[in-house]
Write a protein of this length. Structure first.
Length: 362
């Protein structure tokens, strides 16, 4: 009989079987940190692709451009063929210089992603046993025991990309250890939002990317505060997602009383599994400071159908490789000036989160 009572409490303990000593995102979703990164990088690539298709659509409809219509049809039949898009070849005429500048602006941009993944897990177990003694059938003696456990892990890192790399090279074919061809964005990439665990699905990067280029070209978006004269624009979105999982169970076993001896009357166990994951992603976008385009020359061109002279020629420009960036809150290795500016924008956002509170004078 005692074995049966212990088994009742053990049934609650089985609730804790999935507890983690080292909490990580895949405990809840099965999606690892590298696949979370893959999801967001591939979503950013798709956002940049959509910008290209949107501009081609404008040219095909408003400008009745035959080349744009042909390219749109090609990319609809074979989406991956957009990796070979070359605006200088497709639109070579002198009167299309501002059009080439628009595409050059997109390709020269940089993006940085700063991840702070926080996982907290709490496991509590409460066991209660009531005993009947031979002295009286209705007299009970209750014993209660508690066990509580909590673990937390915070994982922080920063990654940078250039839009030209995302558009041309990110999803190129490589091979697995078994020799099978696969692409970077194959597998573990969610094509829609995940409302239960948002970081494992699409997080709306297109809104950030499209808004940035819209504001940079049309709305006079300026560089980050404190930037030197001539610096290019930068913008950051800070996204925070919280998922709380709360599971409890209370099994109970009741035994028939036998007045002749001391015995367990009933045994109850309450188990609680609480998992709270808070994930923060800062997505920052910036233009190349040595960029191939004089951005002021583009304002008023897109959606206007007019041609404005004065854009800096595309040929002969090369991105400047930036040194390792070590800030107060961010460390990253940007590969271009635009990526470096995006990282600095993230550093600015994170510095605002930190406030030094001084004790009042006694």
């Amino acid at each position: 009989m005692h074995i049966r009572s212990i088994a009742a409490v053990a049934a609650v303990a089985s609730l804790m079987a999935g507890c983690a000593i080292h909490p990580v995102p895949e405990d809840v979703t099965g999606v690892t940190t590298p696949n979370i990164v893959k999801q967001i990088r591939c979503e950013t690539r798709d956002a940049a692709r959509e910008l290209i298709r949107r501009e081609l659509t404008r040219l095909a409809t408003d400008g009745n451009n035959a080349t744009a219509r042909k390219l749109l049809a090609q990319y609809a039949d074979d989406p991956e063929s957009i990796t070979g898009f070359d605006w200088k070849v497709s639109f070579p005429r002198p009167e299309e210089d501002q059009l080439r500048a628009i595409f050059a602006l997109i390709y020269s941009g940089g993006v940085a992603y700063s991840f702070t993944l926080t996982m907290n897990e709490q496991n509590d177990l409460t066991a209660t046993a009531n005993f009947l003694g031979p002295w009286a059938n209705k007299l009970t003696l209750g014993l209660t025991g508690d066990a509580g456990r909590s673990r937390e892990n915070e994982r922080t890192f920063t990654i940078t990309d250039k839009f030209s790399f995302l558009l041309r090279e990110l999803n190129t074919i490589n091979y697995t250890s078994t020799g099978e061809p696969r692409q970077y964005c194959d597998g573990h990439v969610n094509l829609g939002p995940n409302y239960i665990y948002p970081i494992a699905g699409q997080i709306g990067v297109y809104k950030t990317v499209a808004t940035f280029f819209q504001m940079a070209i049309f709305d006079g978006l300026g560089p980050k505060p404190g930037a030197p004269a001539g610096a290019t624009p930068a913008m950051a979105d800070k996204l925070t997602f919280t998922t709380l999982l709360d599971i409890s169970a209370t099994p109970k076993v009741v035994f028939a009383p036998v007045p002749a001896r001391f015995q367990v009357a009933d045994a109850t166990g309450t188990g609680l599994l609480r998992r709270k994951d808070t994930h923060q992603v800062i997505v920052a976008v910036a233009l190349e400071p040595t960029g191939p385009v004089a951005i002021d020359a583009l304002k008023g061109f897109v959606f206007s159908g007019t041609t404005i002279s004065g854009a800096t020629p595309v040929a002969g420009r090369r991105a400047v490789r930036s040194p390792l960036f070590v800030g107060n809150r961010v460390t990253a290795a940007p590969a271009s000036g635009a990526e470096a500016l995006a990282v600095q924008m993230i550093e600015q956002v994170k510095n605002k989160e930190f406030q030094l509170l001084l004790a009042p004078n006694q």
